[in-house]
Design a protein around this ligand. Structure first.
Ligand SMILES: [Zn+2]
Ligand SMILES: [Zn+2]
Length: 372
């Protein structure tokens, strides 16, 4: 996103639909120039701060790449995120660590920003290999426990989709598409459950754990006051708006916007994201991202003007292209997150009709949908 520019609708849609575990293919990583010669196969790395390395790992299909970070801590290292559970990803990481001079045995801590498969996929394998301590947010662990109870989670997900008005055939196709991804969710036993506020000493300075829920319930960022740097996970990504999906009994969009309020107040010169090149200008990015979600809310209210509709009914009004089952699920959960947020502001209300929940503008009839 250029300063003063606007994300194209297509970029936003693409990103919104798939960002949970992907990076957009349109990214032109600018990392190539001063990197090691592993560009083609992944495993490129570079020092982004004294004592902090960015390692770029390949993701399968058209998913792009993920950045994991390696922090030097006196005589040992901490790895921030692990990459996807694929052989190319593992090998790329191994190559990069060799290049940096960080043997497996010196990785004493692994910290997960969140548990999406591109971030946590290799965790179990790396824990075995390194004997490292695992750190993750307590809320993310609860989320992972739900995800890794695969049969229950799939049944729950099908119920949510049915209630949102998705047809039986599409639910079955979504189930098939999710099966492969789901295999990478395995229970983890962290050595330390984070809550936010913990301090991590490193050669890149002291880093504070910030709990930034929204993209995921226990998503965390690391903030270094001294160097005014943010290890941003998927919270802030330069060219795209991170996917915000619905979670039960939560207001993920409200949580996400509140997390952005916290980050906006920080002095940040360098954002180190999990996808794409490092960049700066967090306040501008936050302003545009708020606008994006406000626009989406306004469009939903417009689509509900004078009628009630299920979340599924709203999909074509917000995505004007064919969605794969996988992306269709993201779209429905993203709409549900926006509806939940609007409901908590008393702007919409739900009406149950049989199995399906429909939504209407609160007190609204055609031409009467005042929003405050
Ligand atoms: Zn993610
Ligand atoms: Zn990600």
């Amino acid at each position: 996103m250029e300063a003063g520019g606007r994300r194209s609708e297509d970029q936003v849609e693409t990103a919104a639909a798939r960002l949970s575990w992907s990076a957009p293919s349109q990214w032109n990583s600018t990392l190539g120039s001063d990197l090691t010669p592993y560009l083609e196969i992944g495993g490129d790395y570079r020092q982004v701060l004294p004592g902090a390395y960015l390692i770029e790992l390949p993701l399968p299909y058209s998913l792009g790449r993920i950045n994991v970070y390696l922090l030097r801590r006196a005589d040992r290292f901490m790895l921030i995120d692990c990459g996807m559970d694929t052989e190319p990803c593992f090998q790329a990481l191994e190559r990069a660590l060799e290049g940096i001079g960080a043997p497996w045995a010196e990785i004493r801590e692994i910290l997960l920003t969140h548990v999406h498969p591109d971030h946590m996929g290799l965790t179990q394998r790396l824990l075995k290999l390194t004997g490292a301590r695992l750190l993750m947010h307590a809320e993310e662990l609860k989320y992972l426990d739900r995800l890794s109870a695969m049969d229950e989670y799939s049944a729950w997900s099908a119920d949510v989709l049915r209630e949102a008005g998705v047809g039986a055939r599409m639910i079955a196709r979504i189930g098939e598409a999710a099966h492969e991804i789901h295999k990478s969710f395995r229970r983890l036993e962290p050595h330390q459950r984070l809550h936010g506020g913990e301090k991590i000493q490193s050669e890149a300075g002291e880093l504070e754990v910030l709990w930034t829920p929204g993209h995921s319930p226990g998503h965390i960022c690391l903030y270094g006051t001294g160097r005014r740097v943010l290890f941003a996970g998927d919270q802030i990504l330069e060219h795209i708006s991170p996917n915000i999906g619905w979670h039960p009994e939560q207001d993920p969009l409200g949580d996400y916007l509140a997390s952005l309020d916290v980050l906006e107040r920080l002095e940040i010169d360098l954002i180190l994201p999990s996808h794409g090149a490092p960049f700066s200008g967090h306040r501008d990015w936050i302003r545009k991202t708020r606008e994006h979600h406000a626009e989406r809310c306004t469009r939903i209210l417009g689509l509900l003007n004078g009628r009630s509709a299920s979340a599924t009914d709203l999909v074509p009004g917000l995505w004007d292209r064919e969605l794969t089952p996988f992306h269709y699920r993201f779209a429905v959960f993203e709409i549900l997150a926006h509806l939940e947020h609007l409901e908590r502001q008393s702007k919409v209300a739900r009406v149950r009709q049989g199995e399906v929940v429909r939504w209407r503008v609160n007190g609204g009839t055609a031409g009467h949908n005042k929003q405050d």
